[in-house]
Write a protein that binds this ligand. Structure first.
Ligand SMILES: Nc1nc2c(ncn2[C@@H]2O[C@H](COP(=O)(O)OP(=O)(O)O)[C@@H](O)[C@H]2O)c(=O)[nH]1
Ligand SMILES: [Mg+2]
Length: 471
C-alpha cells in the first residue's frame, strides 16, 4: 500500500515536470475534462464543441475567435497511446446526417486532441508569431467519480452505508431479499458471488433508470472491458459476527479492495489527476421531470462527485495531486433548448443551488468556478403561442418517438430554486404546484453554411470560461 502511494507520487511529479516544460517553452497543452452522469450530454457536448471550434462562425462569445485570432484548428493523433480516441467523426455523422439521430452512448474514457493556431493578443501581438495550443479533451463517466468515496471506506463501512441507503428502495427489493438470505460465513463459491453481483448490478441499473445517482461501485454501471472479471464480481453483504478465511464475506471484502486498487486508483491517477480545466454536465431538467426524489438524489450525487474536486478533503487524492489543482470548473445544466430562453436564468439558478452545498463546504481549493445553462446541440426553435388568452413561451422540435413536429410548453421553473430543492430534500413524492413535461426531441435537420458549426446555446460562452484566458 505504502509503496504504491509513493510510486503514484513519483509518476505524478515527473509528469508535471514534463507538462511544465511543454507549457513554458514549447506548445502548451490544456487538458479539459468533460464529465457528468450517464446521459448528461457529454458525447453531444464534445462533438459539437469540436465541430464549432473547427468552424467558428457560431462562436462569437469566444473572444479569440471573434477577434479573428484563431487562425486554424485541426484534429491531431491521440497523444496517449492506451486511451481510446473519442469517435468524433461517427458522432458528428449521426447528428448531421439526413436523418439526424443522437449518437450511441459511450461507456468508458476516451480522448481527442484538437490543436489551435492562435495569434497572441495585446502587447505580445506584435512581438510573437502565432502559437500552437493543444486541447486534450477527455470524456469520462461521472459515475466513476462517485467511487472516490470508496477509497476512504473499508468494505464493511461501504456495506453499511450502501445497505442503509437501498433498503427502502423498491428497485433494491430483490437484492435486499437475496442478500439477507445468504450465509456470508459459508465457504466462497464463484456462482454465489456472481448471482449476488448480477442482482446488485441489476439494482444499480434500475436505480439509475428511475433517476437515482448515488450508485456505487460506479464501474458496475459502465463495466467496459472489465465486465465479468472478479474485481467487478462482488456486492454489499452485512458483516457476520465471525468471518472465517475462505468465507464468502472475506472474498467479497478482498474483491472490493482489489476493485479500489486496480480500478478506482488507476483512473484517478492516470486521468483525473492530470486535468487542468473541467466541465461538469448535469441533466438538471431530466431530474426535475422525473420528480423530487430524482432531484434530491442528483443533489447528493453532485455533492459526492464534487468532493473529487476538493483534494484536500481526501487523503488519497491529496497525494495524487501533490499541490496541483484543477484551475477552472464549469457546472453546466445541459439540454437548455428544452426551455424558452426566458427560463434559462432559472435553470442556471437551479444548477447553482444544486452545487451550492458542495461549494459552501470548501472552495474547490481555489479553482475558479461558474454555473450556466447551455445546449450543445440546439434541437428546437422558440415559439410563443396563445393558450386560453395566455401567452405561452414554447419550444418546437421533432419528437423523438414519432418524428412529428410539435410545440411544447415545458412548464414554468420557479424563480426560487428552493421551491424545487426543499420539497425534494423533505422527501416529497411529486411536485405540488407544477407539472413538468418530459420531452424528447430528435436533433434537427441541419443546413450549415460554410464556416458554421452546428447550432448551440452558449457553447461559446462555456469555452470562453474554460480556456479563454489561455488563447
Ligand atoms: N435537446 C437536446 N438534447 C440533448 C443535448 N445533449 C444531449 N441531449 C440528449 O441527451 C442524450 C444523452 O446525451 P449523450 O451526449 O449521449 O450523454 P452522455 O451519456 O453524457 O455522453 C442524447 O441522446 C440526447 O437525447 C442537447 O444539447 N439538446
Ligand atoms: Mg457519452
Amino acid at each position: 500500500m505504502i509503496i504504491n502511494d509513493i510510486a503514484d507520487g513519483i509518476t505524478r511529479s515527473v509528469g508535471r515536470v514534463g507538462d511544465a516544460f511543454s507549457g513554458a517553452f514549447f506548445e502548451p497543452v490544456i487538458r479539459i475534462g468533460v464529465t457528468g452522469l450517464s446521459r448528461a450530454g457529454k458525447t453531444v457536448f464534445i462533438t459539437s464543441l469540436v465541430a464549432n471550434l473547427l468552424d467558428r462562425a457560431r462562436m462569437p462569445q469566444l473572444v479569440a475567435a471573434s477577434e479573428g485570432r484563431i487562425l486554424t484548428a485541426f484534429l491531431q493523433p491521440q497523444p496517449d497511446d492506451t486511451v481510446p480516441r473519442f469517435d468524433y467523426e461517427t458522432h458528428l455523422a449521426a447528428l448531421t446526417s439526413n436523418t439526424p439521430h443522437w449518437p450511441d452512448s459511450t461507456r468508458a474514457v476516451s480522448q481527442l486532441r484538437l490543436s489551435l493556431r492562435v495569434k497572441p493578443a495585446g502587447l505580445l501581438a506584435g512581438l510573437q508569431g502565432p502559437r500552437t495550443i493543444h486541447l486534450d479533451i477527455v470524456d469520462y463517466p461521472g459515475e466513476w467519480l462517485l467511487d472516490l468515496e470508496l477509497m476512504d471506506l473499508s468494505y464493511s463501512e461501504w456495506v453499511e452505508k450502501t445497505l442503509k441507503r437501498i433498503t427502502d428502495r423498491a428497485e433494491a427489493a430483490e437484492y435486499v431479499a437475496l442478500a439477507s438470505g445468504v450465509d456470508a460465513t459459508a465457504p466462497f463459491t464463484e456462482a454465489e458471488a456472481r448471482g449476488l453481483a448480477n442482482t446488485y448490478s441489476t439494482y444499480l441499473k434500475a436505480a439509475r433508470e428511475v433517476g437515482f445517482s448515488d450508485c456505487t461501485p460506479g464501474r458496475f454501471l459502465l463495466p467496459g472491458e472489465m465486465e465479468g472479471s472478479p474485481v467487478l464480481t462482488f456486492a454489499p453483504l452485512a458483516k457476520p459476527a465471525n468471518v472465517r478465511r475462505g468465507s464468502l464475506w472475506r472474498e467479497m471484502e478482498r474483491r472490493y479492495e482489489a476493485y479500489k486498487a486496480q480500478v478506482v486508483r488507476p483512473f484517478f491517477r492516470d486521468h483525473f489527476a492530470r486535468i487542468d480545466r473541467q466541465i461538469v454536465l448535469v441533466d438538471a431538467l431530466g431530474a426535475i421531470h422525473a420528480g423530487p426524489p430524482a432531484v434530491e438524489d442528483l443533489r447528493e450525487a453532485m455533492t459526492d462527485i464534487l468532493a473529487a474536486f476538493r483534494p484536500g478533503r481526501n487523503a488519497f487524492l491529496s497525494k495524487l495531486f501533490l499541490g496541483k489543482r484543477v484551475e477552472k470548473i464549469l457546472f453546466a445544466a445541459t439540454k437548455a433548448d428544452h426551455l424558452h430562453h426566458k427560463q434559462h436564468p432559472r435553470l442556471t439558478a437551479i444548477m447553482e443551488a444544486l452545487v451550492k452545498d458542495a461549494k459552501s463546504r470548501a472552495d474547490f481549493a481555489g479553482a475558479d468556478t461558474s454555473a450556466m445553462s447551455l445546449a450543445a446541440l440546439r434541437a428546437t426553435v422558440e415559439e410563443t403561442m396563445d393558450h386560453d388568452g395566455r401567452k405561452l413561451d414554447c419550444v418546437r422540435g421533432t419528437l423523438l418517438k414519432d418524428g412529428r413536429q410539435a410545440a411544447f410548453y415545458p412548464g414554468e421553473l420557479p424563480e426560487d430554486p428552493n421551491r424545487l430543492l426543499s420539497p425534494a430534500r423533505e422527501g416529497a413524492e411529486a411536485w405540488l404546484d407544477a407539472d413538468y413535461q418530459v420531452m424528447s426531441f430528435a436533433p434537427a435537420l441541419l443546413t450549415l453554411k460554410p464556416g458554421e458549426g452546428p447550432p448551440h446555446i452558449r457553447l461559446d460562452k462555456a469555452v470562453q470560461f474554460l480556456i479563454g484566458d489561455k488563447l
